[in-house]
Design a protein around this ligand. Structure first.
Ligand SMILES: [Fe+2]
Length: 368
């Protein structure tokens, strides 16, 4: 994984051509394109998105095939909203990489002998799943690694004359390709049409983290909200600026940064929502030998005041009297058996305590 992630493309060819069929079939695509309810849909041709966009209420959708037959690529945005299988895949990916990532799926339907976009690179990592037909991919080593904005993803006009592709391949039904962010790519169809899913992962970078952390810290630190001295950038020597800089920087201190980080974690990280209804229906089935699992994507902060313990998380907060040892045990484990809860509690009390955490959404019953 670390060999490829953000470093180089990965191609996986599968003999089982139907491997990805459960995710999305040509029939699903037909349903989504012709259904009035799937709103985000656009057409790209000769390197650009063309108007009109068929996004608002499905109006003029019958014209989509006209554009397609005329060489346009149909792009279905955020298809996971119309497919439970793709929604589950997006959720799994989000939690596998980092709970703060955004993950979504677009589907591209391209007629034979066409390309949707010219050579370009993206500021996102993409996973390509070829569902139907064939598509040619040329992927190049980037000149600028891991771009984070549009300026950094710009590919110079003479790029192709100066570089040989790292990969020059044809993706067929059942194939998978990972293209790390920043790797320029050019994609064209062959004599066949092509349908592929692009699963996009938008990463939360150190840059995002530090810039947002400072913003969050500025809520608690008036020094950060003051303007720079009028003459800050006008001196030739930087010694006086350094003094000012150190004064502000040290007053914002690690503690403020840490508070900012906590605020960010609670705001940005979303707990895994899928399955919440069945999890809450399962509360009554908890027994002394049941296994409970911590919900994915939880950020928990336990605060103690005298006898009261408050368990705050990105799902909300609730308080309990005493039971410090047991709360510490429950909040520090990814999975445990109800019988393992420490201290002199009866089986009924252990079950009730587990049920309270499950009702609050922090735990879920593992069903074998
Ligand atoms: Fe792309």
């Amino acid at each position: 994984m670390s060999k490829y992630w953000e470093r180089k493309p990965l191609l996986i060819r599968r003999r089982a051509k139907a491997y990805y069929d459960p995710l999305l079939s040509a029939r699903d695509v037909d349903r989504i394109v012709t259904s009035i309810n799937h709103k985000p849909l656009s057409i790209a041709k000769d390197g650009a998105i063309i108007p009109p966009l068929f996004h608002s209420n499905g109006e003029n959708k019958e014209k989509v095939m006209e554009f397609y037959n005329d060489g346009g690529t149909i792009i279905l945005d955020k298809v996971e909203s119309s497919s439970p299988e793709l929604l589950e895949l997006c959720n799994e990916m989000r939690h596998f990489f980092n709970v703060s990532n955004k993950v979504f799926c677009n589907v591209y339907i391209t007629p034979p002998g066409k390309q949707a976009f010219d050579l370009h690179s993206d500021d996102q990592d993409v996973f390509i799943i070829q569902v139907e037909g064939k598509k040619n991919w040329k992927v190049y080593q980037p000149e600028f690694e891991l771009p984070i904005n549009e300026e950094q993803t710009r590919v110079p006009e003479d790029f192709e004359s100066r570089h040989k592709p790292l990969l020059d391949i044809t993706l067929r039904k059942g194939d998978f390709l990972y293209v790390p962010k920043g790797f320029p790519h050019k994609v064209t169809t062959t004599d066949q049409h092509s349908i592929h899913i692009t699963l996009t992962v938008i990463n939360y970078t150190w840059y995002d983290f530090f810039s947002q952390m400072l913003k969050a810290a500025s809520n608690d630190n008036v020094e950060l909200r003051k303007s720079l001295p009028r003459t800050f950038f006008s001196g030739v020597e930087f010694s006086s600026q350094k003094k000012e800089f150190v004064k502000v920087w040290s007053s914002s201190s690690l503690q403020f940064a840490f508070d900012g980080m906590k605020a960010l974690a609670t705001k940005n990280i979303k707990p895994q929502f899928q399955g919440s209804v069945s999890d809450s229906l399962n509360v009554g089935k908890i027994k002394i030998n049941s296994t409970l699992v911590r919900r994915g994507g939880l950020v928990i902060d336990v605060k103690r005041e005298k006898k009261k313990t408050t368990i705050a998380s990105n799902l909300g907060e609730f308080s309990m009297e005493g039971l410090n040892q047991q709360i510490r045990f429950i909040t520090s484990r990814q999975a445990f058996k109800v019988s393992e809860i420490p201290g002199k509690l009866s089986d009924e009390d252990k079950i009730e305590l587990s049920a309270a955490f499950t009702r609050a959404g922090l735990l879920k019953l593992k069903i074998d």
